[in-house]
Design a protein. Sequence first.
Length: 305
Amino acid sequence: IMLPENMAIGIFLSLQNALGILGNSLILCHYVFLVFTRKNLMPKDLIIRHLAFANFLLIISKGIPQTISEFGLEYFLDDMGCKLVMYIYRVSRGVSLHTLGLLSCFQALTISPSNSRWGNLRYSATKHMSPSCLLSWLLHLLLNAVTPARVAAPSYHKNGTNTGDYGYCSWFHSGTMATILYMAVLCMSDGLCLALMAYSSVTMVNILYRHRRQVKYIQTAQPSPRVSPVARATQAILILVCTFVSCYFVSSIFLVFMTYSNGPRRRAINMATIIEICFPTLCPFILISNNNSATRLFLPTSRRR
């Protein structure tokens, strides 16, 4: 019998998934159109394209299976399907984190003065942006190669004492030294990217603050001076970083609780999924909302005049 709580969570996840798939599909279709029309894309557009694709895969591999299980269909994946879905989820989650880090660092380079440390790296970063995005995919494909071996369909191990049941897949917990080292490598990879995002975000905030102080004394008699497109783009990326970091830490807290708690874990899994899917759902709409005055920076349908 389906509980009202599961029904409510399933409906909420369905709306979340639909919005996220719609938003990321709009961005992907837009860039496909630009490629076929042979428009020149900026390096930032390449990062956003990879970010949108990673977010799309994240919703497909995490949000949709969890939604199906909330509606009562728990054993709809076989062992091979479960391994594939969890592998795609882990890879897309890591790529989403790393591409957002690349985006924040590149924006910090873009708005930095030419004579600063960040400004001197601008040209080199532009040349290596495409290889960096591809390297991110390759890195996470290799880092998560162990994931299929630690995942199975729930029906295969119903009575396992060292397994975590996600409703549609089971995850094996192991305290061996190899597992601890493997988790340490994953945490170091995520921590490094989060540190880069934090540093670049502080740099962008500092640059925007100094720029605002400079123009404060040069304002004209306009009643409401416009914010520059670069400033709007920077503010949007800062919002993305804050949203991602908040969702990352809150969902991690729920996952740690689920792993080490002896109480009911299903509610923790549901809350972690809802919070984790918030970023890939909101990300495309934050980018699209800046399209009004920063079209050339994010979704360049109208090119340079």
